[in-house]
Write a protein that binds this ligand. Structure first.
Ligand code: TRP
Length: 351
């Protein structure tokens, strides 16, 4: 069977290191392994509008921002089709047929949507489009016969609903047209949801606790120097806590043994550093400056590549439009098959 990978992001802000470790790193790995027939990354602008109807500018402006972040991080547009959801109008038509196969109670039951409703302040004005975005996402996936969907675990209910819809379509119209997708979870659990610099919740734009891939060196340093550590570790001599300490959480993710030789030769490895911190006698400034060196080294090439790419925004849009056109052709093929199965390809009635 062909392996078709599809995944996506809503363009509501720049990508940060939480995105990098949670999804981009995994995408880079898949891209470089090359074990696929097609690999799509969708910039889900239509989905972003389901809760941003009055913030079209934000969504619109972030399309190219997200594309720049992908490319700067190393996504290779020769290997991966990066496209814009709204530029594939077939997806909306496919969704329309799917909506008749999903009950209102099923829509209300989707755990991810329920969780997102809690986080958003819709009060009594929940847009229908928002409630139906899992159906739209099923269209995104099924239109491309994608069978491998690399996502975080919060997206599992979406993949499950897409499978249900595929099954329902195939059963209702008597043909095995649609392919059943499977989620591909990143196997590095520690990375799936990177905590923000405030240590409270995952990195998120609204919480203002992100280190962005595009941040300038001074911003990175300032964010690290202000990061949450252990509030009871007041004097250098105090014993410190490593758990829940953002600096150590990030070191767990980004620090390699070779960093010690270059940036902190008094210690051999992270275990030794942690032991000293726990015992007391190791100050926050020292561990923060160490983390800063590591993050600066990690983010520098990404930022520099981004600056080069920013010089030619037209090229980025051209790439996105060409890819969207190709994606549209594929989605068109699926839509035609669906309509054949449904018996609604009316133009075929002409002899
Ligand atoms: N819902 C996903 C998110 O919020 C984005 C997305 C849209 C997506 N369409 C998709 C992910 C299709 C995987 C497959 O992150």
């Amino acid at each position: 069977m062909k392996k078709i990978i599809l995944t996506g992001d809503r363009p509501t802000g720049n990508l940060h290191i939480g995105h990098y470790v949670g999804s981009i790193a995994n995408r880079l790995k898949l891209q470089n392994e090359g074990d696929f027939d097609k690999f799509y990354i969708m910039i889900a602008d239509t989905q972003a509008l389901t809760d941003n109807a009055n913030k079209v500018d934000k969504v619109k402006n972030n399309i190219v921002q997200v594309a720049l972040d992908y490319l700067a991080a190393g996504i290779d547009p020769k290997k991966v089709n990066i496209f814009i959801q709204s530029q594939v109008p077939e997806l909306a038509e496919i969704m329309m047929y799917f909506m008749n196969l999903v009950t209102v109670s099923r829509v209300n039951r989707n755990p991810t949507v329920k969780e997102e409703l809690k986080q958003r302040d819709f009060s009594n004005s929940i847009p229908v489009g928002f409630m139906c975005y899992p159906i739209s996402q099923a269209a995104d996936i099924l239109a491309f016969n994608a069978n491998c969907i690399p996502v975080g675990d919060d997206q599992l209910p979406m993949i499950e609903q897409a499978r249900e819809i595929a099954k329902s379509f195939n059963n209702t119209y008597g043909k095995e047209i649609l392919v059943y997708p499977e989620a591909l979870l990143s196997n590095n659990k520690a990375c799936v949801r990177l905590v923000g610099t405030d240590g409270k919740i995952k990195m998120s734009k609204s919480a203002g606790n992100c280190i962005y891939l595009k941040d300038e060196p001074e911003e990175i340093k300032q964010k690290i120097m202000n990061a949450y550590t252990d509030p009871n570790h007041i004097k250098v001599s105090d014993p410190g806590k490593v758990e829940g300490n953002v600096v150590f959480t990030y070191l767990d993710v980004f620090c390699k043994e070779e960093h010690f030789a270059r940036f902190l030769p008094e210690y051999k490895n992270l275990d030794e550093l942690k032991a000293h911190y726990k015992k007391g006698g190791l100050g926050d400034v020292k561990i923060k400056l160490f983390l800063n060196e590591i993050m600066q080294e990690f983010l520098r090439p990404i930022r520099e590549r981004r600056k080069e790419l920013e010089k030619n925004i037209d090229e980025i849009y051209k790439m996105l439009f060409e890819n969207s056109k190709k994606a549209s052709e594929v989605a068109h093929g699926t839509l035609e098959k669906m309509k054949d199965a449904m018996g609604i390809n009316y133009h075929k009635f002409l002899s």
